[in-house]
Design a protein around this ligand. Structure first.
Ligand code: WTA
Length: 640
């Protein structure tokens, strides 16, 4: 496999960028011509950000799995597609070649069909990081079913909300999952979720942990039995369903600043072209390289840079079941040495947590195979950047700081490894096809630099192929969230700085979305969960800087009565949040207060709470307009 669209020099980047802006249609048509289409497009792009409506590769037909699997069978059949490293280092790893993966995807696609799944049906996937997860995802894509993967850390209630929203009638799960020291009883969680979701017709359960599970007659079946069935029926091949370029490929739920998580919808054609293009260019993937992205497939990073980007490029992608600190903090380095990993793509929070263990865990690790390092999910602080550069990259590996979002499908702003310069803690330049703009709160472009830097709200002026198409079942919400704050612009929700060379530094969310250990969580969601606890009258949640997680969750809670001491009450609230959302949303700090700072119209002044949580007591600003300015003093005094 060669990548004629791979950029090889700074000049080539500048040229590609210029061309992509002057003539986006020609630019992307040229990239797209290197994929396998059943039918070519009539028009490369049609769009407006008013409705919004974006169509890439209009009327083209394809199946993304033919691009990820079938087209590699001629030359790469025996190349490893997926290398899987289990949680327990003593257990044997697995290698699936492109031939193996093709076979297994077809096989499971037939299982889905045999269980009644049809094109357009929504299939919820709730599994640990085992190859069967990637197989299930691709099998859905093979038959045109829309997958919706839910991260294994979400609670039954969160799953039920998502199942309802997507009206998903089919579920693929495991008996359990291993993650570090923990066994997560996935099927039990699904059973709890399904108590209120009677519309679910079938649950397919893959064996992993041999945790005892209850299998409901008529609803639950074993993956392994179903595979045997299709084999007995002689169903080996599974022709790929012909999809329109704009047909939905998947839904992935993500948190916004208000309400429940929304289902971000991505389309087959544009998503395929863009994830492949960014994978090949940002990481400068060379045929034969081993690419290791440490994300979970339950998040967008796993979708785009463990599954679709690498596989569509015929790459070898490494999937790791466990966590970086199990059985010890040297695990990632052991994996790098064991498989001679060339590209390591991880999150700043993981780097900071490993830094905390000192250099001991790096001793005796070679790390000589590494060529490129990457980070994603949150701003990387300079200290973590330099540690990664010095101790992992040994000063020889470019680090790509990749900025993007669930809604963008793929990386939008990043340096390209060894091609465009890096700048610690700066995501740097927009990729070809991406037109960022910084605006003030009224939507006017920022044209004045202060100390050589422009500062504003980050928006994008025109569509790239993997832009969000809609939020599932609620197009208005998509419009309101992303395309209405500033007319005719896609608003990212992030604030950013730009230097005079055009480099961008993402400073963090300017809305009520938190980024905790690289996981997106809405403050409103956490508040709703806390308020579910009997005894809680009201709560307000804000973020504060956290050394390892990037941001921590700080909750101010008005509590009424209840038994026991403050600590027990705190534990009870944490338990409630775990039930309603999942452990990732547990507040780090809970301060009990008698009132919250509110305006006369009853709006909570989060700005003030944020300052208190950040320990910026002097900069609280004017409190005279508050209903009861006295509460501010009380809250300040009780600060944890
Ligand atoms: C943040 C993850 C700074 C940002 C792919 C964005 C980043 C949110 C970076 C999206 C980065 C992601 N530097 N901040 N390199 N990458 N972010 O949807 O606030 O889980 O809006 O997608 O993460 O998170 P999401």
């Amino acid at each position: 496999m060669s990548y004629p669209y791979q950029i090889k020099s700074l000049e080539a980047y500048q040229q590609a960028y210029k061309q992509s802006i002057e003539s986006p249609e020609n630019f992307w048509a040229d990239v797209a011509s290197h994929f396998h289409w059943r039918r070519k497009w009539d028009k490369t792009l049609e769009w407006n950000f008013t409705e919004p409506k974006v169509e890439w590769f209009k009327n083209a037909k394809l199946n993304i799995t033919e691009n990820c699997l079938d087209r590699h069978l001629k030359n790469l059949a025996n190349r490893p597609a997926i290398i899987w490293e289990p949680n327990d280092p003593e257990e044997h790893h697995r290698v699936l070649t492109y031939k193996d993966l093709h076979y297994k995807v077809c096989q499971f696609a037939n299982v889905l069909k045999n269980n009644g799944v049809k094109k357009g049906d929504r299939v919820c996937i709730y599994m640990g990081m085992i190859p069967e997860l990637a197989i299930a995802v691709l099998a859905c894509a093979r038959i045109g079913a829309i997958h919706s993967v839910i991260f294994g850390g979400f609670s039954a209630q969160s799953i039920a909300d998502r199942l309802q929203d997507a009206q998903a009638e089919y579920i693929v799960t495991c008996d359990g999952a291993y993650r570090g020291q923990k066994d997560i009883p996935l099927k039990n969680v699904i059973d709890d979720a399904l108590i209120g979701c009677r519309f679910v017709k079938r649950v397919i359960v893959c064996t992993r942990t041999r945790t005892p599970v209850s299998m409901l007659k008529g609803r639950d079946v074993w993956w392994e039995d179903e595979v045997k069935k299709v084999e007995t029926l002689g169903m080996f091949d599974c022709p790929a369903e012909e999809m329109d370029a704009e047909d939905p490929l998947f839904i992935l739920y993500t948190s916004g600043s208000t309400g429940k998580p929304k289902g971000v919808v991505h389309a087959c054609g544009g998503y395929m072209v863009y994830t492949n293009y960014t994978f090949v260019n940002v990481f400068q993937y060379q045929p034969g390289d081993i690419h290791f992205c440490t994300a979970d497939i339950g998040w967008i990073t796993g979708h785009s840079y463990i599954v679709y980007g690498p596989l569509s490029a015929g790459a070898t992608t490494l999937m790791f079941e466990g966590v970086p600190t199990y059985p010890d903090a040297g695990r990632l380095w052991d994996i790098v040495d064991k498989f001679r990993v060339n590209i390591l793509y991880t999150a700043p929070t993981a780097i900071r947590s490993l830094m905390g263990f000192g250099l001991g865990p790096l001793q005796g690790k070679k790390l000589t195979s590494l060529k490129t390092l990457g980070t994603v999910g949150e701003p990387i602080n300079e200290e973590a950047w330099h540690w990664f550069d010095e101790h992992v990259g040994k000063g020889k590996c470019p680090i790509v700081d990749t900025w993007w979002q669930t809604e963008t499908g793929g990386i939008l702003i990043s340096n390209m490894a060894g091609i465009t310069p890096s700048k610690p803690s700066w995501a740097t330049l927009p990729l070809p096809g991406v037109q960022p703009i910084l605006v003030d709160d009224r939507g006017e472009e920022i044209t004045e630099a202060v100390d050589g830097e422009f500062k504003g709200n980050l928006c994008i002026k025109a569509p790239w192929p993997a832009i969000i198409r809609t939020t599932y079942g609620d197009h208005e919400r998509c419009k309101k969230n992303y395309f209405s704050t500033y007319p005719e612009l896609y608003f990212t929700g992030d604030g950013a700085l730009k230097d005079e060379q055009g480099n961008y530094r993402i400073t963090g969310r300017v809305d009520d979305v938190l980024n905790v250990s690289g996981h997106r969580i809405g403050t409103a969601e956490v508040e709703n969960a806390i308020n579910m606890h009997a005894g809680v009258v009201e709560s307000a949640v804000v973020g504060y800087p956290h050394d390892i997680k990037g941001q921590g969750i700080y909750a101010f809670v008005i509590y009424n009565g209840g038994h026991g001491d403050d600590n027990l009450q705190r534990q009870n609230i944490l338990q409630t949040v775990t039930r309603i959302i999942g452990p990732i949303a547990k507040p780090d700090k809970i301060q009990f207060v008698s009132g919250l700072p509110k305006t006369r119209s009853g709006k909570i002044m989060r700005r003030i709470l944020r300052k208190i949580a950040e320990n910026e007591m002097e900069n609280i600003g004017d409190t005279s307009t508050l209903l009861d300015p006295g509460v501010v003093e009380e809250i300040k005094n009780g600060k944890l």
